[in-house]
Design a protein around this ligand. Sequence first.
Ligand SMILES: Cc1cc2nc3c(=O)[nH]c(=O)nc-3n(C[C@H](O)[C@H](O)[C@H](O)COP(=O)(O)O)c2cc1C
Length: 366
Amino acid sequence: MHKKLLPLLFLISPETAHKLTLKALRLVPVHWIIKPHHSQRLKINLWERSFPNPIGLAAGFDKNAESLRGLFQLGFGFVEAGTVTIKPQTGNPTPRVFRCPEHKAIINRMGFPNRGVAQFKHNLEKFLGQKPRPHGVLGINIGMNKDQTDPAKDYTSLIRTLAPMADYLTINISSPNTPGLRNLQDKEPLTELLTAILNERKISCGINPPPILVKLAPDLNDRQLKDIANVLMALKIDGVILTNTTLDRPSALPQNFASEKGGLSGAPLADKSTQIIRKFYILTNGTIPIIGVGGISTAQDAYTKICAGASLVQIYSGLVYEGATIVKTIRQELESLLIADGYANLEQAIGSDHKTTNGEAHVKSA
Ligand SMILES: Cc1cc2nc3c(=O)[nH]c(=O)nc-3n(C[C@H](O)[C@H](O)[C@H](O)COP(=O)(O)O)c2cc1C
């Protein structure tokens, strides 16, 4: 996890390295090693939540919400736990995670292994009961069990149980490793599912319901993206996470790595996810806040996504390849990039690629 330990972690299997990292985050007093750094310029308020900085941990890293305290202490402005499903499930057979360090890429076909919502809730209660709770926003990413034939049943049940504990909820319909899941991005099933989800939120949450975000795949064509943007705007969905892993295999990747089945993340995903962010921002006229994710390992990568339209960003593969100090480095350098471009705060930079110098939106075609 620390940059000096990374070569050692790369000697063992990705999943064992991951388990060791999560354990270390529970045992080591991370805040003694990484000192908090606060910047007014990086603060942002969204959905009536206060994000100390825009760098988040993407879903899949802490699937069971077991190391949240240590993860927040790394300096993330927000952490997304999950994907959690109703019932525990083992996921696909191992090995199911593959690294390609030369390309800073990962392929995974995990298939939502997790201990189920009861254990997740127990872990979350323990975290939320700690005083003081670490500064930052907590997202919960929910998905359906592999054997579920009625997706709305799982998603609404998860909302009933977890919504009161979440600062925001992510509806994951874009992991490529659960058969049929990505079909939920089609117009009719999407409308049906999100309508059921919004109804459930209305029933089970009080005056301050958590915002609902939808996480999408990068492998959507323009027609699909337009349909989805229209559905999300019509239903007044609060936000969108762009993107999950890709099924693409750029030709530069070595054949033995590229031939593994699953979703590709890391550097080879960076441009593709930024393009989706750019198009979605244009399609929605910037009205639906975007969390940008895919191949971020430097402040410039994060800034590119912010200027393309992301209000917040997340990282996963970058943490694996750069180590724990990536969060601090990105935060510090992002602040310098904002200053260099004359922005007083992060908000001014969001979607700046689409605006004229006097701040007005100008129409660029997607
Ligand atoms: C090993 C692994 C497991 C993942 N598990 C999940 C998951 O459970 N739910 C989810 O929404 N995304 C999951 N993701 C996708 C990430 O959250 C993220 O969207 C994707 O990796 C792109 O970001 P990156 O290039 O910074 O890794 C996973 C990614 C990896 C590499």
